[in-house]
Design a protein around this ligand. Sequence first.
Ligand SMILES: *[C@@H]1O[C@H](CO)[C@@H](O)[C@H](O)[C@H]1NC(C)=O
Ligand SMILES: *[C@@H]1O[C@H](CO)[C@@H](O)[C@H](O)[C@H]1NC(C)=O
Ligand SMILES: *[C@@H]1O[C@H](CO)[C@@H](O)[C@H](O)[C@H]1NC(C)=O
Ligand SMILES: *[C@@H]1O[C@H](CO)[C@@H](O)[C@H](O)[C@H]1NC(C)=O
Ligand SMILES: *[C@@H]1O[C@H](CO)[C@@H](O)[C@H](O)[C@H]1NC(C)=O
Ligand SMILES: *[C@@H]1O[C@H](CO)[C@@H](O)[C@H](O)[C@H]1NC(C)=O
Ligand SMILES: *[C@@H]1O[C@H](CO)[C@@H](O)[C@H](O)[C@H]1NC(C)=O
Ligand SMILES: *[C@@H]1O[C@H](CO)[C@@H](O)[C@H](O)[C@H]1NC(C)=O
Ligand SMILES: *[C@@H]1O[C@H](CO)[C@@H](O)[C@H](O)[C@H]1NC(C)=O
Ligand SMILES: *[C@@H]1O[C@H](CO)[C@@H](O)[C@H](O)[C@H]1NC(C)=O
Length: 575
Amino acid sequence: MASTTLLPLLLLLLLLLISTVKPTTLQPHLTTTASTNNIPPTTYFEVTKPIQLPNTKPCSTHVLSHDFASTYGRPPVTAQYAPPSNCPSNNFNKIVLQWTATSKGRQFDRIFGVWLGGVELLRSCTAEPRATGIEWTVKKDITRYYPLLMTNQTLAVYIGNIVDTTYTGVYHVNVSFHFYPSVKFNHLHHQWADLIIPISKNLPLTDGLWFKLENSTDVESKQFSIPQNAYKAVLEVYVSFHENDEFWPTNVPNEYIYDNNLTGFAGNGPFREVVVSLDGGVIGAIWPFTVVYTGGVNPLLWRPITGIGSFDLPTYDIEITPFLGTVLDGKSHDFAFSVTNALNVWYIDANLHVWLDEKRDKTHGKLLTQNISPLRVSLVSDYTGLNGTFVTKVTRSIKSTGWVQSSFGKIVTESTQEFNYSNIMVMANDGDSQTVDQMIEFNDSVSAKKPSSVHLKQSLKSFSFYIYSDTEEKGNGSFAQVANVTLGFNEKKVDNSGSKSSSSVLENVQKGQGSMLVKGNLVVSGLGSTQQKYDYGDNKLCYFRDISSSNYTIIYDKEGHTCSKSKESRFNSFN
Ligand SMILES: *[C@@H]1O[C@H](CO)[C@@H](O)[C@H](O)[C@H]1NC(C)=O
Ligand SMILES: *[C@@H]1O[C@H](CO)[C@@H](O)[C@H](O)[C@H]1NC(C)=O
Ligand SMILES: *[C@@H]1O[C@H](CO)[C@@H](O)[C@H](O)[C@H]1NC(C)=O
Ligand SMILES: *[C@@H]1O[C@H](CO)[C@@H](O)[C@H](O)[C@H]1NC(C)=O
Ligand SMILES: *[C@@H]1O[C@H](CO)[C@@H](O)[C@H](O)[C@H]1NC(C)=O
Ligand SMILES: *[C@@H]1O[C@H](CO)[C@@H](O)[C@H](O)[C@H]1NC(C)=O
Ligand SMILES: *[C@@H]1O[C@H](CO)[C@@H](O)[C@H](O)[C@H]1NC(C)=O
Ligand SMILES: *[C@@H]1O[C@H](CO)[C@@H](O)[C@H](O)[C@H]1NC(C)=O
Ligand SMILES: *[C@@H]1O[C@H](CO)[C@@H](O)[C@H](O)[C@H]1NC(C)=O
Ligand SMILES: *[C@@H]1O[C@H](CO)[C@@H](O)[C@H](O)[C@H]1NC(C)=O
């Protein structure tokens, strides 16, 4: 009996499981008619705050145009990049990457990356096209890559797309960089590093430049060496999860699979942690935000408002400065990545941002203390057959202290990461229905102490994920599914250097309700509705958007730049 009642869920999972060659998510069935040519393309978008731009005319460089058709397993598309040469100024205070793409027909959501000189600039997911065509634009502030953007480099873009008679969507892509010249430019007060070292795979390749982590014991590493006059370093990590781990918060414990003799289920439970090591020792961790790609859960939820982070996946910074003393010897060292409980497959790479002491050939430093609490995991399972509840709670903290002596003096840097995770999973209807309520708290703080001053930077993130899904087998290899989803990405930041202090608050919550009838891996019919509230405030900018869509149509859209009273008080109370 179990195997028949489980069939719908199994089917769904099997579709999501199909090897790397195959798409990872569903996309709606299309009825192509001859008249679709007259209908304008639908514009998809991710709700986010506008990039704050200086009041100067940008110098724009078109860096790549390509039609991505059968690109799976092929080398990334490359172009030679040169910095803008005929700009009125050669100093810029904002640089923006613009990705614009169109597609028409039927296609899966494809993960892609953009790299410059091996340094990843953007990790993203394509939008799924429709018969009448779609277009979308992603803009990303890439000013932090400034030194790289001032040199000739090879640009590489990889999308693993497959085009055949069923999956017809080709992605037509343009990439350009917009350089906003600065009126007054102060070399000493910029935020960006002097050097950015790629911690990614080297070209030539027939894939993205990311490392692929296939299981919980897989460790992928890269050697690097840094100039001996570095005084500060930050590792920026790019992470995305696919196939068996695409929906990792919904993965069931293995005991549930074994006890019920299930096949095709994604297991290892719902907890994942990306672990970053330097020369074999753990230096930091990432408990990632649960990005849902544009074909995820129910593709109709993400049309035209796409999931939080799906067009511009979040990256995570790990402070390396406490460890600098161990890598300033001019020798080669290695960064390694692993993922606790991973199932196939995670795509991970990183950029090492390094600040150099212009006045010295050599700096030196020492790691003073390191405290890594082991993962404290508690799992409470209570199930009979396929019905039951699983409660997973995990905490961890990682604290490192070290000093670096440079022309700025002897600076003691203390980096602390604190994590808290809770996941409550309820399986009902003999496994056909699943409810998951997950919360991640991810706090980072870095303090840089000189005898005379302290510079404190904090980022307090909370990531919420809720899903309710119910699947009903309809016979004929088809099933009906209803699903509710809630995604929340909240972050408070403080940057306090005594004389200067800034802070920001973001609350970004998305709710969706979907229903669909699926046959094969095509959505035959269905409906998706999404509501999103985005509320951001910092010392200079307030931005909110309250928006909703249903069945491709925007139902309401309120946008504003005024700081709400409640936000101001929230903002103030945080200081
Ligand atoms: C960078 O590329 C441009 C355009 O191809 C070329 O004119 C220039 O000489 C190159 N600069 C360097 C430093 O190689
Ligand atoms: C890309 O740029 C070319 C040249 O400006 C333009 O003809 C084409 O429509 C653009 N394609 C997209 C997808 O924006
Ligand atoms: C994990 O993945 C690595 C890399 O593909 C592979 O060598 C290893 O055999 C795998 N381990 C298990 C237990 O499957
Ligand atoms: C699982 O398989 C074992 C051995 O084949 C069998 O004894 C057990 O009853 C099965 N359990 C279920 C829930 O089907
Ligand atoms: C994160 O920081 C907030 C604010 O200080 C605190 O309330 C919360 O307990 C912290 N969470 C963790 C996991 O450290
Ligand atoms: C971590 O989460 C648990 C339950 O979810 C809560 O009781 C505890 O206070 C949290 N700890 C911190 C530091 O936030
Ligand atoms: C599992 O729960 C459903 C209700 O969600 C119930 O109808 C079914 O009988 C339960 N199965 C077992 C084996 O208890
Ligand atoms: C199963 O599919 C066949 C052929 O597509 C169709 O004739 C039949 O009505 C379907 N049955 C059900 C129960 O959907
Ligand atoms: C799903 O969403 C609908 C519409 O908001 C709501 O009525 C229903 O109670 C939700 N169900 C669950 C289990 O979350
Ligand atoms: C969705 O909108 C289309 C027109 O764009 C309409 O034909 C269809 O009936 C709508 N679906 C639902 C479930 O409302």
